[in-house]
Design a protein. Sequence first.
Length: 86
Amino acid sequence: MAQQKNKEVANVSTKTFWYMEDLMIEVGRGRKWIKDNILNIPKFKKEIEEFSHYPINNNDEYIFVGSKMKKWLEDNFKEIERFKYM
């Protein structure tokens, strides 16, 4: 089981484009938590929109440039953790 999880994380790290499922694997949190604590925080959204596509309608999905999203998550780790307690 741990070996499968490691393989998933390795695959996400090398993908050019991430979808919500990829972001969930990378962050280790569910869709609702990610939306509430990262994607829908106005300050974060403004920055993330520069290298991503936010859904326009119900048939649409989130798409992120993997390398830029990974760097953004690493650079903003402390601030993300602080927002989740507010």
